[in-house]
Design a protein around this ligand. Structure first.
Ligand code: MD5
Ligand code: FE
Length: 203
């Protein structure tokens, strides 16, 4: 669509049902090591409606002091688990020329959770794309331009879909308006998992 920024690519059904189940099983092990935590907004301390964790050398966290990438889990103090091989393979397939991803943010949405319109700009470099994987219930995703006031378009992200945000779309405003309950049988208790692979440093 006209208001969808250049460089945005949706790859519907990239992961088969079997591949989704295998990835989910691997993620469950990751989340034993690095449990979901509920971040809070800087300054206000207002809790996010999503819970999060990470894998990779760096993980994104938000607390009263700000947003940042750090090498350890905020609650356990342990290094984040390794990024699962299936996700490294995805990155190499979709972004073969980019440096390896350093962070994989794991977002868990209950049916009532959402994510307001924002840009991802806590990374040192925006050269690499952000690559997103959706698992579980379908989400209504909104994406605009690089200015908050730019017009937005809404599209659905379903289980197994991959979204690639490269080029100008790397700094596009985006958010999750709602989760559509009962749209997937992948997660027994419903809800949605989103994985975002990112390059963080310039080294
Ligand atoms: C999600 N996650 O589905 C959303 C959207 C986040 C986040 O926004 O920061 O964890 S995934 C699609 C996405 C991810 C990162 C950047 C952009 C889109 N983008 O630049 O448009 O949990
Ligand atoms: Fe984002």
């Amino acid at each position: 669509a006209a208001s969808q920024p250049e460089g945005f690519r949706l790859l519907p059904g990239y992961f088969s049902r079997t591949a989704q189940e295998e990835l989910l099983e691997t993620l469950r092990m990751v989340l034993v090591d690095a449990p979901l935590f509920r971040p809070v907004m800087p300054r206000t301390g207002k809790p996010f409606s999503v819970r999060m964790s990470n894998c990779g050398p760096l993980g994104w966290v938000s607390d009263i002091n700000g947003y940042r990438y750090q090498s350890v889990h905020p609650a356990t103090g342990n290094p984040w688990p390794l990024i699962p091989n299936a996700l490294l393979q995805l990155w190499r397939d979709v972004a073969p020329d980019a440096r390896e991803p350093e962070a994989c943010l794991i977002n868990f949405y209950e049916t009532s959770a959402k994510m307001g319109l924002h840009q991802d700009r806590d990374e040192e470099t925006f050269d690499a794309p952000v690559i997103s994987v959706s698992l579980g219930d379908t989400a209504t995703f909104r994406i605009g331009g690089t200015n908050r006031k730019d017009p937005t378009t809404s599209l659905r992200l379903s289980s197994g879909d991959v979204a690639v945000l490269g080029g100008p779309s790397r700094l596009a405003f985006h958010g999750i308006d709602r989760i559509l309950p009962g749209t997937s049988t992948l997660l027994k208790n419903g809800g949605r998992i989103n994985l975002t692979l990112r390059r963080v440093t310039r080294d």
